[in-house]
Design a binder for this molecule. Structure first.
Ligand SMILES: [Zn+2]
Length: 867
């Protein structure tokens, strides 16, 4: 159902009719049983939920028109039912099937396809397309053929019309596949058995090596020949029809008959792989994932060492997958390139992909691709409507506790009204992921002119609007929050955090696109994140944004007036955001989650009034008040001056969360104790004083003294200029751990000079290619948030380092040129480590007391003045 309405819209756009029938045909992957099908052995493929979608419209003439969304040409490819010859074009698969049915077909049709299968990766896009067309024709002319018949016809087309001598496995798996089942298949007798493929907490990860399988054909023939030789030799003394009739225990006897080491290894693979395939089906039926994983890895070893059909790229991929935490991995397909598969914990997929990708590129200089395989049904017609989408959404809303089931009718009618529908058809619910439902609703709205703004923001705002129709009112949310708070503060934040995620306000799936890694250093373990969840704003957008921002309501993104705000062409909707009130130092404040989730349970605390950021004695008391309410959260404030503050200085606010930030683990050096407050100097790139005390009044008073002393401090020798206007301020952070209050005071100074017009204690120009924005609270605590452009640029830099391309070919790399020259001098470059190093330099630039003897002496002296 994913992209159902998108498919319809694309078909309509290309070929004006409005009535389309949508079909889906899956790709397939072979789980185990490799190179034994021609030895009478079993294979175990499954059909994927990745595949090809097709929109068909029956014509009244004998013309067939085809359009592929992937090849993104605007051209329609046209041919007649009366002229069916292969033209070495993707439409040959359509033609071949049409020809196979030529005695039945009367009229032509229009076909638009959209594929999620990477071509050339060995996931069988050709069988998928053949079955797509065959199934449509079978339905259209009521031919009454079974899926197995259609698979056989498709194989024949592939053999005779396309000219590829393939077996039946691909077409069989595509046509006969079942959700969460693998097919244990004998390709000669076509006898098969469905095997449970519920991988529990694991999933199959498909990794495309991007290595083309050029050798596969000739080696395949060579191996078949070798197997024939072995069989003939054995048949002299044994009565067998195929090699897979042999048991493992018979191998030793065979060794005497097959004395050549190489031929014996071939035989050992065939017999052991057949055994492993049967063992795998037993393990899967018992849901014994560990054993299944081991069998996958053993299969790979056998294919590499005994059968010799792997290659360096497949071996590198399999080893990287296992090293990153897969519990089993192997090459799949004929070998010499194509894909590997791995069994991995669902919760670890994104980290494994990142790690494997980096290791694979490093070793092979090829760009790999990864797909999470969910096992879906075989080729079928998709019955789906706006009513289905809305039913799925309502079902999701109830299950995610967005609203109470007693409100179902009211919520349904709200949705129907919003989509200009007056009728409701009760239908069984189709379970779908929220993002897929919302994408479908956006496309439906686009087709029906309900989407007022076609841009990315317009789509997002539309989704927020729809979700808001399921969400409870602010009053109900506050009541639920307070009720949970009576149980414990953790219950309360868990409630709002979960609600914010379920309401699609925090977009978990989108945030998962971020690329994160940790960079260990003497200071602590820094976290580097490339933010891929927000699209980059183009310069026109920024210009528009400025114009709108000048005159707008709400006054800023942090004003309480954002709750329920519908968004504009340049501003994100906050329809589905909910916030709760709280009191800090007798002032009205509010608490909400950040939609960007830069760390675990990242939230914002904002003041009722739109008044500027200010760091003063009261700030520490407010931070302490907040932590007293939510002792499991840290809270910090950005500094109150430009350059060293965050992006919003006009509205007093804090940021908080449940995450353990890198700064917490920084090592500390005791300086003195006074009034029950321990004062430490942190080993941290930004000059940071840590106060620790059991006494909240004493620690707040001490923080106040440090602020006042710092506001008066000046050291021209160290460029800490604090005159004629105040340049010194503080980024404070407060938390409560093991019965102790901890306040970190990060000393900041925002002076600019002729030499450093952007700030003396700001990333210096030679680091701007990585980071030139302000070092705000989150960065100062050790988490780098880097722009999405960096992902693209780092990928390119990798290719430049490997001499596959040059800086001159990529103007966007110009800013990195001198860095690249430095990297090229190194023998072994790990770009993630290199970016980590740069981030530390960025933070060191923002430190007021430098990390040398003079700097740290002056820092200690300053701390002592507060004694
Ligand atoms: Zn504001």
């Amino acid at each position: 159902m994913k992209d159902f309405f998108k498919m319809k819209r694309i078909a309509m756009q290309m070929m004006t009719h409005t009535d389309w029938e949508i079909y889906f045909s899956p790709g397939r992957v072979n789980l185990i049983g490799e190179h034994i099908d021609y030895n009478g052995g079993l294979v175990m493929p499954c059909s994927l939920d990745l595949g090809i979608m097709g929109a068909f419209h029956l014509r009244s003439d004998r013309i067939i028109r085809c359009y592929s969304h992937e090849y993104s040409t605007v051209d329609l490819y046209e041919f007649s039912l009366d002229d069916l010859h292969p033209k070495n074009h993707w439409t040959d698969y359509v033609k071949g099937i049409v020809k196979a049915f030529s005695s039945t077909i009367v009229y032509g049709f229009d076909l638009a396809i959209m594929s999620h299968l990477p071509s050339g990766a060995g996931l069988s896009s050709s069988a998928s397309l053949e079955l797509l067309v065959a199934t449509y024709i079978n339905d259209q002319y009521a031919c009454g053929m079974s899926p197995l018949n259609l698979a056989l016809i498709s194989q024949q087309v592939e053999n005779e019309f396309i000219g590829v001598q393939c077996g039946i496995m691909d077409q069989f798996a595509v046509a006969m596949g079942q959700k969460d089942k693998a097919i244990l298949l004998n390709t000669h007798t076509l006898s098969y058995e469905m095997v449970s493929a519920d991988f529990k907490e694991y999933q199959i990860l498909i990794a495309n090596t991007s290595k083309s399988r050029t050798l596969a054909g000739s080696i395949y023939n060579e191996r078949r020949q070798e197997c024939d030789t072995i069989l003939h030799r054995l048949q002299e003394t044994m009565s067998i029809q195929s090699l897979c009739e042999l048991s493992l225990s018979q191998l030793d006897d065979c060794h005497r008959l097959i004395s050549e080491e190489m031929l014996f290894r071939r035989l050992r693979h065939v017999v052991s792989e057949h055994h492993r395939t049967i063992e795998s089906s037993l393990a899967l039926n018992k849901q014994d994932m560990k054993t299944f994983g081991q069998l996958l890895s053993l299969s790979h070893e056998s294919l590499t060492k005994d059968y010799e059909v792997s290659c360096i790229e497949l071996d590198t991929m399999v080893n990287a997958l296992l090293k990153a935490g897969a519990i089993g991995a192997r090459m799949t397909g004929a070998g010499f390139g194509g894909c590997a598969i791995a069994l991995v914990l669902s919760s670890q997929i994104s980290t494994i992909v990142q790690e494997v990708k980096a290791a694979y590129i490093q070793a092979t200089h090829l760009q790999p691709e990864f797909y999470v395989a969910t096992i879906g049904d075989g080729t079928r017609k998709i019955h789906f409507s706006i009513q289905d989408a809305l039913s799925s959404l309502l079902d999701y809303g109830i299950k995610a506790l967005l609203f109470d089931a007693c409100e179902l009718v009211y919520r349904r009618n709200s949705l129907l009204h919003y989509f200009h529908l007056t009728n409701y058809e009760k239908k069984p619910v189709i379970p779908m992921e929220l993002d897929d439902i919302l994408d479908n609703l956006v496309e439906y709205a686009r087709m029906n002119h309900l989407l007022l703004d076609d841009s990315f923001i317009g789509e997002e705002n539309f989704k927020a609007d729809v979700m808001n129709l399921l969400c409870e009112t602010p009053k109900d949310i506050i009541q639920r929050f307070n009720k949970a708070y009576q149980q414990s503060p953790i219950h309360a934040t868990n409630f709002l955090y979960t609600y914010s995620k379920n309401a699609h306000y925090i977009q978990t799936k989108n945030i998962a696109k971020n690329i994160s890694w940790s960079y260990p250093h003497d200071y602590g373990d820094f976290q580097i994140t490339i933010n891929m969840s927000k699209p980059e704003k183009d310069p026109m957008m920024i210009k528009m944004l400025r114009e709108v921002e000048e005159s707008t309501y709400p006054q800023c993104q942090l004003c309480v007036e954002n709750e329920g705000f519908g968004g504009t062409t340049t501003r994100e909707s906050r329809r589905n955001m909910r916030i709760v009130p709280l009191m800090l130092q007798n002032e009205q404040w509010f608490f909400q989650y950040s939609p960007y989730s830069y760390f675990e349970e990242h939230a914002i605390v904002l003041r009722n009034e739109h008044t500027p950021m200010i760091i003063q004695g009261q700030t520490f008391l407010k931070l302490i008040d907040f932590v007293r309410l939510f002792p499991h959260y840290f809270v910090g404030s950005n500094a109150d001056f430009p350059i060293v503050g965050g992006s919003i200085l006009t509205h007093e606010h804090f940021q908080c969360g449940r995450a353990k930030m890198p700064i917490e683990d920084a090592s500390k050096q005791f300086v003195f104790q006074i009034h029950n407050v321990d004062v430490y100097r942190l080993k941290w790139p930004l000059s940071t004083i840590r106060l620790v005390s059991k006494d909240e009044k004493a620690i707040a008073a001490m923080a106040c003294i440090f602020l006042q002393k710092w506001q008066k401090y000046e050291n021209l020798g160290l460029n800490i200029i604090n005159y004629p206007v105040l340049h010194n301020t503080i980024t404070p952070i407060c938390r409560f751990k093991e019965d102790e209050w901890i306040i970190d005071l990060i000393l900041r100074n925002n002076v600019t000079t002729k030499a450093f017009p952007m700030g003396v204690f700001h990333p210096h120009p030679q680091l701007h290619h990585i980071k030139k924005e302000n070092i705000g609270l989150i960065e100062a605590m050790g988490i780098a948030i880097l722009p999405p452009r960096l992902k693209r640029e780092l990928d390119l830099i990798q290719t430049v380092i490997f001499n596959q391309t040059t800086v001159v070919d990529h103007p966007e790399l110009e800013k990195h040129a001198s860095w690249i020259r430095e990297l090229q001098k190194q023998s072994d470059v790990n770009l993630k480590v290199e970016v980590g190093k740069k981030f530390v330099e960025v933070l060191e630039d923002a430190g007021v007391f430098k990390q040398d003897f003079v700097g740290q002496q002056a820092f200690i002296e300053f701390i002592r003045t507060c004694q």
